[in-house]
Design a protein around this ligand. Structure first.
Ligand code: HPA
Length: 238
């Protein structure tokens, strides 16, 4: 059985899924980091692969941009494919004392989206990451001497513009990054009962208007994805 948005059959998707926004990044991760990767989804060109990382079976699938797209895939992965953990591997804009190339673990995600409220009777949901996944990445990064920032992010529906006071509001609340998916992913995870975490590379800085060059971005994302996969090894073995 496939879903409206995924043409894989249930056994073709692993318990553990990496979710980059860009489907071409999913193809890149599969080619660069997975052994014996097979293509499992091409519907809407949202490319998905399943392979092995040091013996751990793992899938990688594009999520598209924004909460609605990401939430569609996360929901179908959980309900139809029984996925147990999803780690978003993406980029974010940095706010305040954070540098281009830094890694940010999104502990909690605030948002201007109405998505979680639609599921929560109009109340504000505290959309937060799974503690076990945070701990796994923190422990692995410490063992590998990789620096991490851990903090709040803001998931916006408005990439271009919106609230002119937004950066000041984010700074006021010690929010470290802005992106477009985590609040939706965490909300779906809390409702559907799977573990979720977003691990983000700071690709832009909002106040300084600086941007990571393409090659550096590429290398940064690969380094971050390898860290995430190493972190998942003990979690997936449990
Ligand atoms: N805004 C929203 N999403 C992003 C940004 C940004 O500045 N940079 C990377 N993803």
């Amino acid at each position: 059985m496939s879903t409206p948005h995924l043409d894989a059959t249930p056994g073709q998707i692993a318990d553990t899924v990496l979710l980059p926004g860009d489907p071409l990044r999913a193809r890149h991760i599969a080619g660069e980091l997975l052994d014996d990767a097979c293509e499992v989804n091409t519907r809407r060109n949202m490319l998905g692969y399943t392979g092995f990382y040091r013996g751990m079976r793992v899938s990688v699938l594009g999520s598209g941009m924004g909460i609605p797209s990401c939430a569609i895939y996360a929901t179908e992965l959980a309900r139809v494919f029984g996925v147990r953990r999803i780690v978003r591997v993406g980029t974010c804009g940095g706010v305040g004392e954070i540098e281009l190339g830094d890694l940010l673990l999104a502990q909690a995600a605030s948002t201007d989206s109405n998505f979680n409220r639609l599921h929560f009777g109009g109340y504000d949901l505290a959309a937060c990451a799974d503690f076990g996944l945070i701990r796994a990445v923190v422990d692995t990064a410490a063992a590998q001497r990789i620096g991490l920032c851990i903090g709040g992010v803001f998931s916006t529906d408005c990439f271009h513009g919106g609230d002119p006071e937004l950066v000041a509001r984010l700074l006021r609340h010690r929010i470290r990054g802005i992106e477009m998916e985590s609040a939706g992913l965490y909300g779906v995870a809390m409702r559907e009962g799977f573990q979720a975490l977003s691990v983000l590379t700071v690709s832009d800085h909002l106040q300084r208007d600086t941007h990571m060059p393409a090659t550096q971005r590429e290398q940064g994302l690969s380094r971050m994805t390898a860290l995430v996969l190493d972190s998942l090894l003990p979690v997936a073995a449990r």
